[in-house]
Design a protein around this ligand. Structure first.
Ligand code: ADP
Ligand code: MG
Length: 473
């Protein structure tokens, strides 16, 4: 191998790739994916959709995905810190330090940083955290609107339905569920209110069909099915069902249903049917011989023809659905990712720390003070770890078009004087992040620092990569 830093440099490239997207003034990237272009500012989305063909890339993808899964936000931060740890490690290697000592120093620094975060403890203000998370991804006007809508829902019971070609400010929250679908028959009205049944006969029918051997037998079964279908519709009418969701496209059943004037929607997607049940209070019916009162729910169902959407609403619905509107599919997908980030953060909302780079500066100063107490070779590595954290305020300032070096120096001076909530401000250069409501969950920072350190140390430990044997070899 000609380059002894090859793996470290591969990792550093991932930092280069996402650094311009960090923060409120971050730029978007266009990832050309085989399923169509993806316009995004989200670190995890960029890395997830890249064509990656080396193990270092896979490690970075896992890093972004683990942050995304565990926290829902902070992916760019973790990637940037990891890349910077690698870059600073090269500097130490050049000075003749052994990888083992770097890893040891990085471990010590990580523990000191996490311990410090554990002692800070500011109560979260939901709205502020949500705004910071929405931060760079969507405009303040739209993020305000969505924040208000999301605050009215329980994140666990919130579904999202996207509609493009619509005004984002018209996004709304409904008591119920919406999905893409259509009613079976034009004879059925576009709207109905009343009792609901959900019929899922797929497994039942398939089992019956499998046991048929001869054509006479098949004819007999078909006849039974016909009678059986008529009897299902009779039964539904007896129970005064006005709205039906079911899993079988069959012209005869459809015509019976249309005759009966039942608002009927065919749907094969189990999770959507589950959500319909939650929205209406109905219980899915798998055996048509037992359809009774216990299975019946209640709702208003609307078929919106132009967008081919079915809305199912009721004030008692256990679900709410955010109808997310936007101009184009790409913009809408990015908005959905931002909403997902916000929901992820809300699910796990603990104490918060100031954002805008303030916490990274506090940690960095703390570690620099801590390093001499350790001494030895590790001291240098701890100092380099401390410097690596500065990438966050530095890059935030750069992305705001500010004189980043000057701002970083200014922030350090302020923090030294005890003003440890001062961070980068796109307008006033530096300001009190807490006062501005720029806050992030501690849990996010801890996870970002932990996973960044894990991956950096893993790459540092990597001596050489051997290609596994291909099956053809
Ligand atoms: P990540 O994927 O790491 O969440 P983002 O692009 O969302 O990356 O940027 C997050 C960073 O931007 C955090 O350090 C956060 O504190 C900072 N940030 C968010 N809003 C602001 C703001 N209004 N002013 C300054 N910094 C902000
Ligand atoms: Mg973010």
């Amino acid at each position: 191998m000609d380059n002894k830093y090859q793996y470290l440099q591969l990792g550093i490239q991932f930092g280069e790739l996402v650094k311009a997207t960090l923060g409120p003034k971050g730029m978007n990237k266009l990832v050309m994916h085989q399923s169509g272009p993806i316009l995004t500012n989200d670190g995890a989305t960029i890395i997830k959709n890249l064509k990656i063909d080396n193990p270092i890339g896979t490690m970075f993808r896992n890093l972004a995905e683990s942050q995304e899964k565990a926290v829902g936000d902070g992916t760019t931060t973790s990637v940037l810190i990891c890349a910077q740890l690698l870059e600073n490690a090269i500097n130490l290697l050049d000075k003749g330090m052994h990888r083992i000592n770097i890893i040891k120093g990085y471990e010590m620094a990580r523990h000191a940083a996490i311990n410090y975060l554990d002692t800070t403890n500011t109560k979260p203000d939901k709205e502020q955290v949500m705004r910071t998370t929405f931060g760079s991804k969507i405009s303040p006007k739209i993020s305000d609107h969505l924040t208000k809508l999301i605050l009215k829902a329980n994140p666990e019971n919130l579904r999202i339905y996207k509609q493009d070609n619509k005004d984002p400010m018209k996004s709304e929250l409904i008591n119920g569920f919406a999905f893409s679908g259509y009613t079976i028959n034009d004879r059925v009205p576009n709207e109905a209110t009343g009792r609901v049944a959900v019929l899922d006969l797929t497994t039942n029918m398939e089992n019956a069909k499998m046991s048929v051997q001869t054509s006479e037998e098949l004819e007999k079964v078909n006849k039974t099915f016909r009678r059986f279908k008529k009897s299902i519709v009779d039964k539904l009418q007896e129970l005064d069902v006005k709205i039906l969701f079911y899993t079988d496209t069959n012209p005869e059943l459809e015509s019976y249903l249309a005759d009966a004037g039942i608002f009927s929607v065919v749907n094969y997607k189990r999770d959507e049917l589950d959500n319909v049940c939650k929205a209406t209070g109905a219980t899915s019916i798998s055996d048509p011989d037992i359809i009774d009162e216990r299975h019946i729910g209640y709702a208003k169902a609307v078929y919106e023809r132009d967008s081919r959407t079915i809305f199912v609403t009721d004030k008692r619905s256990k679900l709410k659905t955010l109808i997310l509107k936007g101009s184009t599919k790409q913009v809408l997908d990015e908005t959905e990712r931002a909403v997902d980030d916000v929901l992820g953060v809300l699910r796990n909302l603990g104490p918060v720390v100031p954002g805008a780079g303030a916490t990274e500066i506090s940690l960095s100063l703390l570690l620099k003070k801590h390093a001499p107490k350790i001494g030895g070779k590790e001291q240098l590595a701890i100092e380099k770890f401390a410097e690596a954290l500065e990438i966050i305020p530095l890059q935030l300032a750069k992305n705001c078009g500010l004189d980043a070096t000057k701002i970083l120096a200014g922030l350090k001076t302020l923090h030294e004087k005890g003003e440890n909530v001062m961070g980068v401000d796109e307008i006033y250069e530096v300001s009190n992040a807490l006062d501005r409501g720029v806050v992030e969950p501690i849990h996010l920072k801890k996870h970002a620092i932990n996973s960044a350190t894990d991956v950096a140390n893993l790459i540092l430990k990597l001596d050489d990569i051997y290609r596994g044997q291909d099956e053809s070899e």
